[in-house]
Design a protein around this ligand. Structure first.
Ligand SMILES: *Cc1c(COP(=O)(O)O)cnc(C)c1O
Length: 372
């Protein structure tokens, strides 16, 4: 029996240790240390942005983004139902109303054709989320934002290093956000970043993540902020990780291609789409949607794979089916069939940067047996 293959294992083989030693040797461990600024500048540059504001995770980056844009009570924000809860919770916590859209069958991204019908006088922003490695079709979304004077909040957590028509994901929103959780293409353990080209917005974000301390009279507050700062220790790892990004992207695509080649003979599963008109899949995760009648849902498959020492995760569960939101009176009779289907039958398999080709082939063989 092989060792357990985790769904994700990060790769920390560059200058991570060296930069961490610098933190210890110099005593700079807080957010005031030099790696924080360096990471912000270099990360912003990597995604073609003027300003980067590091925060302690990607979820709070969304809170900062929504708040910095002044979104609040009675405002509506359009977003996909198929995403992580952080997207909807940032909107709800700001007192605003999330308005959900179903996803496309093939890319699992928001169906941009359904957005316009949901725009009302109260709509303030569209929150786009690039899902699992393929970008959202941004041009129609940008056109809608222009036409109706809406903000775009871009959640690019899953697509660090991905492009849309050769422009970096994360360069499209009025504000865009990233996460540096260990399964993301750049990790700091926990961490996140808000990026923008708008100086005023960048200053708001900086202030919000730092308790809205004021430069002149530090402990006098005009607004309420949070302590969402990233530490020098985390940023040190981030700087080292960023140096490896190009290599990491090449490897992520190799992993995805290897799985695709191994598994494409299967007729009872839907595999990730290799490319669209505007991008080639970066395979943040390698998702599989079962259409096999042997398995009532992905839970049964996940359980079997666990007995074979293979780690998996189920797909996101749609926002319109979240008990916490139903209790708030949100989304009660909504249906978004594509999201419901992939949530029930979708799972993703080990595809972190530390995975070996042998492990990919082993996982593939097991899947070939299960779905044959
Ligand atoms: C990972 C992720 C986040 C937030 O990540 P944290 O775990 O809070 O750093 C936000 N949005 C999406 C789409 C993500 O995948």
């Amino acid at each position: 029996m092989s060792d357990f293959i985790p769904v994700n294992e990060p790769l920390l083989i560059g200058n991570e240790k060296k930069y961490l030693e610098e933190c210890i040797d110099t005593g700079w461990i807080s957010s005031e240390g030099p790696f924080v600024k360096k990471f912000e500048i270099e990360f912003a540059k990597a995604v073609n942005r003027k300003y980067g504001i590091s925060v302690c995770n990607g979820s709070v980056a969304l809170d900062v983004a929504v708040t910095a844009l002044g979104i609040g009570p009675s405002d509506e924000v359009i977003l996909p139902t198929f995403t992580i809860i952080s997207c909807a919770s940032a909107i709800v916590r700001a007192g605003a109303i999330p308005v959900l859209i179903d996803v496309e069958k093939n890319t699992w991204n928001i169906n941009v054709e359904q957005i316009e019908a949901k725009i009302t006088k109260r709509t303030k922003a569209i929150m786009v989320v690039h899902i699992y490695g393929l970008p959202v079709d941004m041009n129609p979304v940008l056109q809608l934002a222009e036409k109706y004077d809406l903000f775009i909040i871009e959640d690019a957590a899953e697509v660090i290093g991905q492009t849309y028509y050769n422009k970096p994901c994360g360069s499209f929103g009025d504000i865009s956000i990233f996460s540096f959780y260990p399964n993301k293409h750049v990790t700091t353990g926990e961490g996140g970043m808000v990026v923008t080209d708008n100086e005023e917005l960048s200053e708001k974000c900086r202030s919000l993540r730092n308790l809205c301390f004021q430069p002149q009279q530090r402990f006098l507050h005009e607004e309420l902020g949070w302590n969402f700062r990233l530490s020098n220790i985390q940023a040190a790892i981030g700087v080292a990780q960023l140096e490896q990004l190009d290599k990491s992207i090449i490897r992520k695509r190799e992993i995805g291609m290897r799985y695709l080649n191994n598994l494409n003979k299967l007729s009872t599963v839907q595999l990730p789409q290799l490319k669209t008109d505007f991008a080639e899949n970066i395979f943040w995760v390698f998702g599989i949607v079962s259409i096999d009648e042997k398995y009532p849902d992905s839970v049964s498959i996940i359980d079997i794979l666990k007995t074979k020492n293979i780690g998996t995760r189920p797909f996101f569960w749609p926002m319109h089916e979240q008990p916490v939101f139903h209790k708030m009176g949100l989304f009660q009779n909504e249906s978004h069939p594509n999201a419901e289907n992939i949530a029930r039958n979708g799972f993703y398999i080990p595809s972190g940067l530390a995975i070996t080709d042998d492990q990919i082939d082993f996982v593939s063989e097991i899947l070939l047996e299960l779905f044959d």
